[in-house]
Design a protein around this ligand. Sequence first.
Ligand code: GAR
Length: 223
Amino acid sequence: MASSRNVNLGVLVSGSGSNLQSIIDSIEKGTLHADIRIVISNNPDAYALERARRHKIKSLVIDHLTYPSREDFERALIESLRSHEVELVVMAGFMRVLTPLFLRTFPMKIMNIHPAILPSFQGIHAQERAFDYGVKFSGCTVHFADDGIDTGPIIIQSVVPVCHDDTADTLRERILREEHRIYPQAIQYYAEGRIEISGRKVNIRHGLRPEERALHNPPLESF
Ligand code: GAR
């Protein structure tokens, strides 16, 4: 592993927080060199808040419903992230769209995870829509946030097959298991200072070369 420093994270959540958990676990194992300075939920009932409490990580609720505008909500987010000296903002199941105000404050320092192979199935209910579409592969993507919905430069993707006996739920679980692997990896690339961005392209310095092998689903039998 390349040398790295601990990067200060602010993790934004709205729900269960299983991706937050994978980040916490990777930090505790020592494979991810980061400190979670603050977990912020826009949803007061998010289970992610309980996960933070269990690991003695500071958390707070900034409920968008209590602010008159998106910008006012984001100003509160920004103030809190700044006061906790956050360098990298990690959206982990955070279900709010960011405005240019927030994006300008943390340029190319906001990561998001999306449960599809972008640019397919942007937006909500991505796993169900991919399943209903009948795709043979789906997966997940970690990318930098920009001013579109799930459109920013892609850092890492993982592909999973859709099996003939899958349901939307079993596919969601298979994708989620991969989310829990690629998000800590993407953040660790950042901590190691290995991410180079050129336009839409992200290069991981000294990144391993992927196997040049096609995947087929169903697998080929005689060709
Ligand atoms: C994850 O599947 C994440 O990819 C998705 O929400 C889930 C949150 O789970 N995010 C989006 O769909 C954003 N467009 P978690 O709260 O257990 O991490």
